[in-house]
Ligand binder design. Structure first.
Ligand code: SF4
Length: 470
């Protein structure tokens, strides 16, 4: 891998440390994740629905590679990492490593796995006990696992201190006497104490200055080369991931939507969510004619994810029903916004907030559904009967909106949203898309548009924007 001081830049080439052998052949998986789910059943007094933090993901982490895991905050990245390590118990599915079904381990076997697989946390400030010396912090896992004699453990701590670029005298100091970058080195030394083969690095440089980030990343790369480590590198900073990861998995609302070689994904994203995510990086490729593909609103609640494709409520490439193929983009913008209003109104968890109104650019009080419709479509369902051609909706589309409004007026928002989806939904709203292989290297993208039946995601996005520009 490259060793520049800047975290952003060229991706890795096969060099025997990136999940491929020296001849470029793919290595065996170290960790196999199959249909893994992690739901949180909290008090449930509001809706009774669990929070689906991770909702059926499957992928491999190959020996010696760095697999990047990216996605918006709250998409389930950290929960996925913690569940793989056994720090959270899986609701369903399997994590298999070296013949062990990790998600079902307990007692001694679980402790063995947690020795072989370690975690480095985002906030080095919070993850180190300020009342312990650096030596004690790094030695703690060795003591807990009763590794060697006391003298051997102390010797091992000095080795680790040297390995991560700290000095011997640091053994006797306390965490608050160190900079953020040095504290992260202490956290890394502690994670390495038991000689793991696999590490989950959870936003390990997010809390650090950019110059310090580069040094810590270079340290992680050096340690990987030297010790043959395998990393799951969780981050929201796409530039950092591009620099360090051999492959990247893109996560949205508890699901992995795209997974493939980092450079291939960054140069030609396949999934509409990846397209929009990468388009936020200045100068990046999106695979479409657009420099920037903006997403409407915020992700839905993981307590009530959309049926079908998780991304359907925000997707710029969502398949539209043939019956309404001629509706103008302004009509679709209104229909999508109305759907969002109804979904959020239906959610007792969120209620209606100013955030929703702002995110949709609504002037109307979103509690008043007639005002919302008037705002979105220029027609007040309670007062006017517009003529055909007046406003963006056809009479057929207007009838469907009126049906939905009737339910919404009675406070039956879930039914109203269902009416809207019945009329304007498509395969995207009905079926959870399977992962399709989209290139010769086995990259996968979970989108129905990778079948012959539909235009590609990029073509669909280009068409939408072109129609909007007209
Ligand atoms: S299946 Fe593809 S096109 Fe349909 S909503 Fe999901 S990402 Fe968009």
């Amino acid at each position: 891998m490259s060793r520049s001081d800047a975290p952003a830049g060229d991706g890795a080439a096969p060099d025997g440390t990136d999940g491929t052998d020296a001849d470029g052949a793919q290595r065996d998986p170290l960790v196999e994740v199959r249909n893994l789910k992690k739901y949180y059943e909290d008090d449930g007094f509001l809706t009774g629905d669990p929070v689906k933090a991770v909702d059926g993901v499957s992928f491999d982490i190959r020996k010696g590679e760095t697999l990047g895991l990216v996605g918006e905050s709250g998409c389930g990245k950290t929960t996925l990492g913690r569940t793989i390590l056994g720090l959270e118990s899986a609701t369903d599915g399997e994590v298999v490593s070296d013949g062990r079904e990790v998600a079902r381990l307990s007692g001694k076997q679980l402790r063995e796995w947690q020795r072989d697989a370690q975690m480095v946390f985002q906030d080095p400030e919070a993850s180190l006990n300020d009342r312990m010396t650096v030596g004690e912090i790094i030695r703690e896992p060795l003591d807990a696992h009763e590794q060697g004699t006391k003298a051997e453990r102390k010797e091992r701590v000095f080795e680790l201190i040297d390995l991560v670029g700290l000095n011997e005298e640091h053994y006797y100091r306390y965490p608050h006497q160190f900079s953020g970058g040095q504290r992260q080195r202490i956290g890394i030394a502690r994670a390495l104490a038991l000689e793991p083969e696999f590490m989950v690095l959870d936003e390990p440089v997010s809390a650090l200055d950019v110059s310090v980030q580069a040094r810590v990343i270079n340290l992680l790369e050096d340690l990987q080369d030297e010790l043959g480590l395998t990393y799951l590198f969780i981050a929201h900073d796409l530039s950092v991931v591009r620099h360090i990861a051999d492959r990247v998995a893109v996560m949205y609302l508890g699901d992995i939507v795209e997974l493939g070689d980092t450079e291939a994904v960054y140069n030609d994203p396949a999934h509409p969510y990846t397209v929009s995510l990468l388009s936020a990086i200045p100068g990046s490729h999106t695979g479409t004619d657009r420099d920037r593909v903006t997403l409407r609103g915020t992700p839905p609640s993981p307590r009530d994810p959309p049926q079908g494709c998780r991304f359907a409520t925000r997707c710029p490439a969502r398949v539209r029903p043939a019956a309404f193929a001629d509706l103008p983009e302004t009509a679709w913008d209104g229909i999508d916004a109305l759907d969002t209003v109804l979904r959020e109104r239906a959610s007792l968890e969120d209620g209606l907030t100013d955030r929703l109104r702002r995110s949709l650019g609504l002037a109307a009080d979103a509690n008043d559904i007639d005002e919302v419709v008037a705002d979105l479509f220029g027609w007040h369902p309670g007062e006017q009967s517009p003529q055909e051609g007046e406003g963006p909706l056809t009479s057929e589309a207007r009838a469907a909106v009126e049906d939905a409004v009737r339910f919404a007026r009675r406070g039956e928002d879930e039914e109203a949203a269902a009416v809207l989806r019945e009329a304007f939904g498509s395969v995207c709203n009905r079926e959870r898309p399977e992962a399709h292989v989209v290139d010769g290297d086995g990259r996968t993208s979970a989108c129905v548009r990778h079948t012959d039946e539909y235009d590609s995601p990029a073509a669909a996005i280009d068409e939408r924007y072109a129609r909007r520009d007209d």
